[in-house]
Ligand binder design. Structure first.
Ligand code: SAH
Length: 621
């Protein structure tokens, strides 16, 4: 089954229907989102269904743990009764969603943040064109849930009173945020009336704040008696450089790291990964430690490590492995996230020995950019000509699913209703397409899911080509970051649909913008299109500075076509300021034409009938 990729992070999903109407509502949805439909009887012999023989009440516990989300098409009251005995806590329970029989409402019932029920509810609502019912307080405040705030950046949740802080935020109380490390992109995208107060590490307990959020690599221990509730998020910025003698045990490595972290008051959850010399790539203890802690192991050649300046070089080590430093040099090297952000060694090498388990050297470097541990995704999305109901359901879910949305500000305004609290929005002026493409790639390479939005179709004079070209320049392997293209209704389709059926026979599109294409090439194509009797859609027909190209176009077409050939000028199709003019080749320049206009020139058989532009399907009748 080929389900929409935006739903993959929610898999496996089980959907439950008990009536024929509910089956009718859920079955097509299941196909689109890749869910398994659970039915009592196999009346319809449907694909991808699971038939249970017991009662639903008996069946439910058997699928509770295996699924990340359960979608019920049942009365809410019945669902509440069914799930009540199974609910444990929000960290483990699946997301619970209820849809009414007609598919008009989608309710996020349980595990709104942790189980991502809120997000899944929105995605499904877009697909069904239904109303999402999300009752979590932060959602209506347009705030990201504090317990999922760091998820896009791969941060790990530390200790603290999460329930208390969430409820403070929900009731609009001031909460102090002390962010020492990690991305601050989330701060730039908060609504104006957010309850956060951004303090500094030195701030004392006398501030007005009712709670505190630490975003740091430090392991803080909160005393029981403290009356200011606190939580901590740990961005993964620490790279642990390890040197060890062959055969050092996993447990000694673990103890050594724990010991150094404890001494330095650093959080184990802030570890990005382990770094060492190539020679140690097969060191069993290290591999086992990384597997256990789910950490990447980065290794470097001695030739590279020996070029790194370190505080504690050793001649003996240099003689043995060809670099005077392993732990310090590899920690520093791993932490260099980009050429522009140097890393710093925050803990010089410490040697931990055990008589029969080996010797471990530990050093820690801090990176400017946290490790997300995620594979980035680039969604290249066409958002259609302008109105929300001309966007495909797939494109809507892609936009809603993305961590970051990048596009031209006008288009971002148009899709505002699709926005989810906590999403990062980056608008760039229309002239900075390349910058936009590079930024999208940078964020996706870092591990985020990035939607790049173009108007119309993103692969037709849009951003998609630019992004793929830039990826290729950077040596992209075609897989990482993953790319998916979401088509949209392009301007020529939108314009045509507003005036009738002008594109009913062979047609072509020509952009008159000579910014990226030599004018000579455009001239040749205009001539060929006119000569070939193609219905021709002209994109970018005229700008403030580029005014002569459309005059030339008219001249060329007049050489081959009747002056009365129908021409449509469609400006801002499907937008509030839409303007439509039906004219003819000879008179087309008497009307306003600008960068928001698409010009459609009919072929030799196109005619107008009561303000409808019609191109006959064939020439034979
Ligand atoms: N990717 C877009 C095209 C971008 S080029 C697409 O597939 O539609 C920009 C040109 O597209 C504009 O100069 C105009 O000619 C045309 N265009 C874009 N949106 C339009 C709309 N809503 N109505 C009419 N023309 C439009």
């Amino acid at each position: 089954m080929n389900s929409l990729s935006s739903f993959v992070p929610f898999h496996p999903i089980a959907a439950i229907a008990t009536t024929p109407q509910a089956i009718q509502t859920l079955q097509p949805l299941c196909q689109q989102i890749g869910a398994t439909l659970h039915l009592r009887e196999n009346e319809n012999n449907l694909e991808n269904t699971y038939i249970y023989q017991t009662t639903l009440k008996e069946h439910l516990p058997t699928i509770w743990q295996q699924n990340k989300a359960l979608i019920f098409c049942l009365a809410t009251g019945a669902v509440v009764r069914l799930i009540a005995p199974l609910l444990e806590e929000k960290f483990h329970d699946p997301a619970i969603i209820v849809i009414d029989q007609m598919g008009e409402f989608v309710i996020s019932l349980c595990s709104g943040h942790q189980g991502k029920a809120d997000q899944l509810t929105q995605l499904i609502a877009h697909l069904l064109n239904a109303k999402p019912i999300i009752t979590g307080a932060v959602n209506s405040l347009n705030l990201p849930g504090i317990d999922i705030l760091g998820v896009p950046f791969g941060w790990r949740k530390g200790q603290g009173n999460w329930t208390k802080i969430s409820s403070l935020i929900a009731s609009g109380e001031k909460v102090e945020v002390i962010q020492e490390v990690g991305s601050t992109l989330w701060q730039d995208n908060l609504p104006e009336n957010h309850p956060f107060y951004f303090g500094f590490p030195e701030i004392n307990e006398t501030t007005q704040a009712k709670g505190r959020i630490w975003i740091s690599a430090t392991q803080r221990r909160f005393p029981e008696e403290s009356n200011l509730p606190k939580i901590q998020w740990h961005p993964r910025v620490l790279w642990v450089g390890i040197g060890c003698i062959r055969g050092t045990s996993q447990s000694l490595i673990e103890r050594a790291i724990n010991q150094v972290f404890q001494q330095q008051h650093l959080a184990i959850d802030a570890i990005a990964g382990i770094a060492t010399i190539d020679l140690k790539a097969d060191e069993i203890g290290l591999i086992e430690y990384c597997q256990k802690q789910q950490l990447p192991l980065k290794t470097f050649p001695p030739n590279l490590l020996k070029t790194v300046e370190v505080p504690n070089p050793s001649n003996i080590v240099a003689q043995e492995v060809g670099t005077p430093s392993v732990a310090e040099a590899s920690a520093i090297t791993a932490a260099i996230s980009s050429q522009t952000s140097p890393s710093s060694l925050i803990v010089a090498k410490q040697i931990i020995k055990s008589e029969n388990e080996g010797t471990v050297t530990v050093a820690i470097a801090q990176s400017n950019l946290e490790y997300t541990g995620r594979t980035g995704q680039l969604y290249l999305v066409g958002m259609g000509p302008g109105s929300l109901n001309q966007i495909t359901a797939a494109a809507k879910t892609a936009i809603n699913q993305a961590d970051v949305i990048i596009g031209y500000s006008l288009y971002l305004d148009l899709i505002k209703p699709l926005k989810r609290p906590g999403q990062i929005i980056e608008a760039l002026p229309i002239t900075q397409e390349k910058k936009r493409a590079l930024r999208a790639i940078e964020l996706a390479q870092w591990g985020l899911t990035v939607a790049v939005i173009s108007s119309g179709d993103c692969g037709i004079y849009g951003m998609a080509g630019l992004v793929l070209e830039e990826l290729k320049k950077q040596g992209w392997d075609g897989k990482t970051p993953q790319v998916e293209v979401f088509p949209g209704i392009t301007a020529l389709q939108a314009a045509a649909s507003r005036v009738g059926t002008p594109l009913m026979h062979d047609f072509c599109a020509i952009s008159l913008s000579d910014l990226l294409t030599p004018w000579e090439v455009i001239k040749k194509r205009l001539e060929a299109a006119a000569m070939g009797d193609f219905v021709t859609a002209i994109y970018n027909p005229r700008s403030q500075t580029r005014t002569t190209q459309i005059i030339y176009t008219q001249e060329v077409f007049l050489k081959y076509r009747d002056p009365q050939t129908p021409v449509a000028l469609v400006r801002s199709a499907y937008r509030k300021d839409e303007e439509i003019t039906l004219t003819c080749l000879q008179e087309m320049l008497n009307f306003p034409i600008d960068m928001l206009t698409t010009v459609i020139i009919g072929n030799s058989s196109t005619y107008n009938h009561h303000n409808w532009m019609i191109t006959p399907r064939g020439y034979n009748s």
